[in-house]
Design a protein around this ligand. Structure first.
Ligand code: PEP
Ligand code: MG
Length: 608
């Protein structure tokens, strides 16, 4: 971008509010910066009189933006206006997507021996000797220059990001790549990089992002490894409980190759990337802020109860073993029976379907024992860019061939689900605006192309087409007529297509008689239904939406009682072990849950 572009271009600015309870932390900030770099505009972020380059992750993080803070984004240059609008919208979606770290509640357990209590990262039981973390650093002659070491590290992080793009690790590596990119602007030598890391550590110290310092050290460590500095950690060959001050995120990957039974970290937080990755790897782990945890050759870690017992009695060990065996057997048993149908104790069959987003998750659902797809959330295929007609047909075809029973939902965006490349009209209250099927009013071409692709992929197969956010019979009739017109225009055979709705807007409950005359099926979207019943955003950072209220169950019962067409449920409630017996009692016969919850949902049904 030339100097004239900057000097003579208009300035656009917007105030962005940090609504996530986690603050504007590393992962969303990295995604923001990656997006910002795509624009030819100079950008600044300003908070409390401090102004930094908004395209530099390190600089952006130094603003230490906490929940409730805001910053002013100013864009200047060629595509300043587009940059400002797009980034404002993108920022809102980043805040909404950023889930609060779930606090796991402790199960009560009493042990005879003294126990030290901690915060749960991930539950489970470990019994093994304690091993205190220690590493040794050796230096061999460097074969590459500092610049080459940085460039190799960038490449390695890019590959790691790509390899893990559908998992949480993927975001961690993207964040580290962006961090390194911004650090290399500050440092031209290893010493310079070390100083930059120290400066970052100082800037983050005491703030909500303090634990992200580990990521800086992880990067430093990676660059140093290319420069000949090798760190060796001699992990034991037998099962062990690791005690460390903190771990660098990349060390968790390495750790999984060793027989680690449990982990205790002393100086980290639940929001650190190490904690997130330990939870993703299901390694029993706790945070215990105690610098003098005793050594032990036979310690007990009951992470689910938040307890570390350095010298358990024989009774304690027997109790923990029993608990562990019960847990493992129950999980194994459920997993082994995952392909068997689920019947309640009085022999009532309940179908367990999966909620999927793409071919990968549909295949996973098949392996996990799903009997069909109860909800194909097609918006995930549209998340990054608008998919072509051809690629949509390919994806739908791949998914449709996996199961006999498929329910595919038309694009459900708007409100909390933004599409980066679609400009929605400004709305004061997007949750009550152009969402779901209402997109037909603003972007009919996109829906037409999608429905055409679905019909083409169905190719005569029986597929259920479901419309999201339907609030009136007229809306459904219009969507169905629109679909029929698509079929006529492109000469698609739709004899086996049935048409139904998500029940997630409360008005539907009061029009069930009329709906019964037009729809072929209903699927209850308990997530949105709940938020609209209580008028509380489902992702609201501070207001808490009750998840199992009598109001929600009464609403579901009303739907089941009034419906004379098949009703399934595909919101989160369908996989909730406490809700399952109530839903079955009400007459629900199909539950659609996430692929990883299929086996346990079937097992829960068998105990109803
Ligand atoms: C729901 O609202 O319950 C639902 C299943 O849809 P989504 O979560 O995709 O909005
Ligand atoms: Mg919904």
């Amino acid at each position: 971008m030339g100097i004239f572009d900057i000097l003579f271009s208009k300035t656009y600015s917007a105030v962005l509010h940090i609504s996530s309870a986690n603050g504007f932390h590393l992962r969303p900030a990295a995604r923001f910066v990656a997006k910002a770099k795509k624009f030819q505009a100079e950008m600044e972020a300003e908070n409390r009189g401090k102004s930094v380059n908004a395209k530099q992750l390190n600089a952006l993080l130094s603003l230490n933006l906490e929940p409730g803070d805001h910053f002013e984004l100013t864009c200047r240059g060629k595509d300043a206006q587009e940059a400002c609008d797009t980034l404002t919208e993108y920022f809102t979606s980043l805040m909404q997507d950023d889930r609060e770290i779930e606090l796991l509640s402790k199960t009560e357990e009493e042990y005879e021996a003294p126990a030290i209590s901690g915060e749960i990262i991930a539950g489970g039981i470990a019994m093994a000797p304690v091993w205190q973390y220690r590493e040794t650093e050796t230096e061999v002659e460097a074969k590459v220059s500092f610049e080459e070491a940085v460039s190799e590290s960038m490449k390695a992080l890019e590959i790691l990001h790509e390899t893990h793009r559908f998992q949480q690790q993927g975001e961690v590596y993207l964040a580290q790549k962006e961090l390194l990119d911004s650090l290399q602007a500050e440092a031209t030598s290893l010493e310079g990089l070390e100083e930059a890391v120290l400066r970052a550590e100082k800037a983050l110290s005491g703030g909500k992002l303090e634990a992200k310092v580990d990521d800086y050290y992880d990067i430093l460590h990676r660059v140093k490894s290319y420069l000949g500095y090798q760190t060796t950690v001699a992990y034991p060959k037998e099962p062990f409980i690791l005690i460390a001050d903190e771990l660098r995120p990349s060390q968790i990957e390495t750790l999984r190759q060793y027989p680690v039974a449990g982990v205790i970290l002393r100086h980290t937080t639940l929001a650190s990337h190490a904690a997130i990755l330990l939870r993703a790897a299901s390694i029993p782990s706790l945070i215990i802020e105690n610098d003098s945890l005793p050594e032990s050759n036979e310690a007990l870690l009951d992470a689910g109860s938040g307890l570390f017992i350095p010298t358990p009695t024989t009774q304690d060990r027997a109790k923990a073993e029993h608990k562990q065996t019960r847990h493992i057997l129950a999980k194994q048993d459920a997993f082994e029976k995952r392909f068997e149908p689920a019947r309640t104790k009085d022999n009532k069959p309940i179908q367990v379907f999966a909620n999927v987003t793409d071919t990968l998750s549909a295949k996973q659902a098949k392996e996990e024992g799903a009997e069909g797809i109860g909800l194909l959330r097609t918006e995930f295929l549209f998340k990054k860019e608008r998919p072509s007609f051809k690629s949509q047909v390919e994806t739908y075809t791949q998914i449709f061939t996996l199961f006999d029973e498929i329910t595919v939902r038309t694009l459900d965006v708007g409100g909390d689900k933004a599409l980066p490349y679609v400009q929605f009209p400004h709305e004061t209250n997007p949750f009550l605006g152009i969402r779901g099927i209402r997109l037909l009013q603003t972007h009919p071409d996109m829906i037409e192309e999608q429905i055409h692709a679905i019909f083409k992929a169905a190719n005569g197969k029986a597929i259920k087409l479901m419309f999201p956010m339907i609030s009136s019979v007229e809306e459904f009739n219009h969507a169905k007529a629109f679909s029929k017109e698509v079929a006529r225009k492109f000469q698609c055979d739709i004899d086996n297509i049935s048409f139904g709705i998500m029940v997630e807007v409360p008005s539907v409950l009061f029009a069930m008689e009329a709906f019964n005359t037009v729809v072929d099926f209903y699927s209850i979207g308990s997530n949105d239904l709940n938020q609209y019943l209580f008028a509380i955003e489902r992702t609201h950072p501070s207001l808490s939406l009750p998840s199992r209220s009598k109001v929600l169950f009464d609403a579901i019962e009303t739907i089941v009682t009034k419906a004379d067409k098949p009703v399934s449920i595909c919101g989160e409630l369908a996989g909730d072990p406490e809700a399952i017996p109530i839903l079955i009692e009400m007459g629900i016969e199909t539950l659609s849950v996430s692929p990883s919850a299929i086996a346990q949902t079937k097992e829960r049904i068998r105990n109803v």
